[in-house]
Design a protein around this ligand. Sequence first.
Ligand SMILES: NC(=O)c1ccc[n+]([C@@H]2O[C@H](COP(=O)([O-])OP(=O)(O)OC[C@H]3O[C@@H](n4cnc5c(N)ncnc54)[C@H](OP(=O)(O)O)[C@@H]3O)[C@@H](O)[C@H]2O)c1
Length: 318
Amino acid sequence: MKLAVVGTSTITEVLLKSVQTFKRFSPYGILSRSKEKAEHFQKQFDILYYFSTIEELACSDVDAVYIASPNSLHYKQAQILLSAKKHVLLEKPFTSTVLEAKQLMNTANDNRLTLMEAMKTTFLPNFIELEKYVSKFKKINSVEISFCKLSSRYNDFLEGKMSNMFSSEMGGGSLVDVGVYAVWAAISLFGTPKSWTHKAQVLSSGVDSKGELVLEYDNFSVPIFHSKMDDRGCYIRINGDENIFVEEFIDIKGFFVDDKYTSVEQEYEPMYYELSEFYNLISFNKLETSINSWKKTLLVMNILEDSRKQANIIYTTA
Ligand SMILES: NC(=O)c1ccc[n+]([C@@H]2O[C@H](COP(=O)([O-])OP(=O)(O)OC[C@H]3O[C@@H](n4cnc5c(N)ncnc54)[C@H](OP(=O)(O)O)[C@@H]3O)[C@@H](O)[C@H]2O)c1
């Protein structure tokens, strides 16, 4: 099966390393604004063809495309590719609005194509183990999820150097960049919240550098701390029938139950598992995965879009 990639940043490199391990996709093409950058990737990963526009890529006979472009380009690029009958693995955040997400799902449905959000965490064997463990709890007292890491791009921003991550035009900000992992973890572990509130620190560019999103459930709430400007850490704490602590949950390798470490085999790199799921879905003519179902993607999009509005985070494009 022929796979192309969009973008030439680190995350594309990481995905292509998993493509090498997985072996069942053949690296067919790369889309970049820079031929030189693309050539570097082509040499490193034996990629056959270079494309300079999304339309050229859509006209090719590639089967599936991984999109890792700036957030505000996700919708347009995915829509063009799906309309040209290509399966799409789309980086997080899926789109900037619920409406855009629904429109992509409609196009995928009309053309009988696989469309999946590349939220790697939920495919990891140890996350699935955590879900099983927590689902047996009779009571949950309190939960806390944090993804707060200082980004070098935040320091760049303070020095006047703008990156896509902090650009309103590119659909950036801390909530959609890192908070999205915590929202996915929460809805996977605890289901649909009854309501939510979000407060954020908004930069002069119009997007957030940090924030606190609280998801309300029947008998407990889930505070989510997200930040690109401080180092609170990346973890999940659950206090219920037992105490659970997960370190670096986005690439979860195991978790503590009280003081005992629990882990299941997870021999590959994190992106291998989502890639393998994407391949299997296409092979079995399935449009969506049950793990990151379209319904869950829409719920996450709804929480993100509404939370942006609550905190006055402005996108100039959506
Ligand atoms: N799953 C994960 O673990 C993970 C990790 C990091 C990021 N991501 C997601 O992956 C996506 C890319 O993130 P990133 O930090 O890698 O973004 P980025 O570096 O800002 O952009 C990604 C690529 O898009 C192209 N690009 C950049 N600016 C562009 C523009 N103005 N117009 C058109 N193309 C442009 C560049 O490729 P060329 O220069 O070659 O055209 C670049 O390599 C985001 O949606 C992000 O949320 C996911």
